[in-house]
Design a protein. Structure first.
Length: 375
């Protein structure tokens, strides 16, 4: 049976030159956009951290911490992307696609962890804000309700509250509203990185690039919360806009990260492709099967796309390995089929599937002999 994947038994140990080449992007689109994101995160982390400190913005400091976590995601994405593009070896005869799935799972875990961190930070800020608001309310039902909510919010473990206060209070002084400019620049930059990275991820069918794109957008959301918090604290200092927005954003980010993680886990456990993808693959093979029920003789153009002696496709299954797809086909053929004809059918099936879906890396065909008189 023909093997479509090119084998390469050469293994190269990582050296300084390879590391430099990886950091430069190596020329491919996936590495290039990841390196751009990495450098952007370095600049955003430094600028937002410095601005948050000197302009007394706790929200901007927290946002800088989120950008710092994005750096780890960029390194994971870059390494796993480069690994997944290596040709198959003797140790990994089916390629390195699962390394990309591992990277996807890692980035999604970072994403959900970041969401939990933002949620805890926002919850503590909300508890602190509510305690101040409750103290100013007159006695009555509203005061009692606010006090109950405040007590519930403050019931988190002490270590979390102390951690949040470490971020909430900077080195003292009034908030400088010019800090909003840094948050606004971060929103624009991270949204652009999301769109650019997602475009490459869609073109390359790469789950790890898609996860990193969502990571960029989560940072854009947190920067938006910081922007609203800075402006809100300036215009309406008594409204807890920052923690409420932070809680909403943390739920959204967690939902996105959890969905990506579940998809990665399905691929790691060799789950099959969706029914829609399977149907698409089957439709692409339809022209190879002669339509014997037709009362007319097929034209020369039809014969050109049909494979002689292929009676039908009995079964098709496929699974993903990162950006790659492995397909198994069970084809019905006459009992009298020669080896030469079988090889030709196998080649045509493989070429047709790869033409229909460029992510198909390997096609394995099993022939099921059928008595043509019974078909």
């Amino acid at each position: 049976m023909a093997n479509i994947v090119t084998q390469d038994g050469h293994n190269h140990t990582p050296d300084a030159e390879a590391i430099v080449k990886t950091l430069k992007g190596g020329g491919d689109r996936g590495s290039r956009i990841t390196v751009i994101g990495l450098l952007a995160n370095v600049g955003l982390t430094a600028s937002k951290g410095a601005a948050g400190w000197y302009m007394n913005s706790a929200s901007l400091l927290a946002d800088a911490g989120h950008s710092l976590s994005d750096l780890l995601g960029d390194f994971v994405t870059l390494i796993c992307w480069r690994l997944s593009r290596k040709p198959p070896s003797e140790l990994y005869p089916y390629g390195f696609g699962k390394f990309e799935v591992l990277g996807t799972a890692t980035v999604s875990i970072l994403l959900t962890a970041g969401a939990v961190g933002i949620g805890m930070h926002s919850w503590s800020l909300l508890a602190d804000s509510l305690s101040h608001v409750t103290a100013t309310l007159p006695s009555g039902a509203i005061h009692d309700a606010a006090a109950a909510v405040t007590t519930a919010a403050q019931s988190l473990p002490t270590v979390l509250t102390e951690h949040s206060h470490a971020h909430t209070h900077s080195h003292g002084g009034a908030l400088d509203p010019n800090a909003a400019w840094f948050a606004a620049i971060s929103v624009i930059a991270k949204e652009w990185l999301y769109r650019a990275t997602k475009k490459v991820a869609d073109d390359e069918h790469s789950p790890v690039l898609l996860a990193n794109a969502v990571h960029h957008r989560s940072d854009a959301y947190s920067s938006m919360v910081a922007l609203v918090a800075i402006l809100g604290s300036w215009w309406f200092p008594h409204l807890p806009l920052d923690p409420i927005g932070g809680l909403l954003v943390s739920v959204l980010i967690f939902q996105q990260g959890w969905g990506i993680l579940l998809t990665a886990l399905r691929q790691l456990t060799d789950a099959g492709v969706s029914s829609r993808t399977r149907s698409s693959l089957l439709r692409s093979l339809a022209p190879l099967v002669p339509e014997e029920s037709s009362p007319h003789t097929p034209s020369s153009s039809q014969l050109e796309h049909q494979t002689e002696h292929l009676l039908g496709v009995r079964d098709l299954r496929a699974m993903r390995a990162g950006a790659l797809m492995i397909v198994d086909v069970v084809a019905d053929v006459p009992k009298t089929l020669t080896v030469e004809r079988a090889t030709d059918i196998e080649k045509r099936i493989a070429e047709t599937l790869r033409k229909a879906r460029k992510e198909v890396s390997e096609v394995r065909v099993k022939f099921n002999p059928v008595d043509k008189s019974d078909s």
